[in-house]
Design a protein around this ligand. Sequence first.
Ligand code: TYD
Length: 204
Amino acid sequence: MKKGLFITFEGPEGAGKSTQCRRLAAWLKRRGYSVLLTREPGGTRIGRQLRKILLNKDHHEISPAVELFLYEASRAILVSEVILPALKKGRTVIVDRFQDSTWAYQGWAGKMDLKLIDRLGQEALGGLKPQITFLLDLPVRKGLARVRHPNRFEAKPLAFHEKVRQGYLTLALREKGRIWRIDADRSADEVQEKIQEVMRRVVR
Ligand code: TYD
């Protein structure tokens, strides 16, 4: 078995993250990696319950502050129950959304203090950081047009999603070594090809 990696996928709505996560997992498995694929929010028993609470369109009373606490709670459980044990066994972990989502959605778009988000993230993650993050980027309107049944976030106004995208792009500039921006405004095959190109370059 090859040495494990910690990879995350990020991006605005409708960028095709789930498809690309699955395809990368299959590609890595063919290359001898033992891969665990999970997602946020979700991935644990309690995480799945928090996902239902967070994404329910009727939950108008959930503020960005409440979102922040619930996402970090869900993340803390996912890290201790799923991610760390898998990494310790040498497995490769791929997560569909992680701390950068909180930074873009609750911070940049939701106006929560970015330093507070970093501090809470430190607590929830205990210093754990992905080695590689793929930011699947595409114009907000194009992404939203791909969404069939909008959740509480997807139903927010266009201006909110523009801020999410700006947040991600700002973060990608700040963390160039980790975050790889991939143009997701093209076919799933082409996007996967770019992702594999990065993997070949980073993992020798
Ligand atoms: P996602 O899994 O992408 O939804 P879908 O099942 O429709 O593909 O993500 C769920 C939503 O949660 C998404 O709209 C973004 C939001 N989110 C945050 O606002 N902050 C976070 O920290 C995370 C992980 C997700």
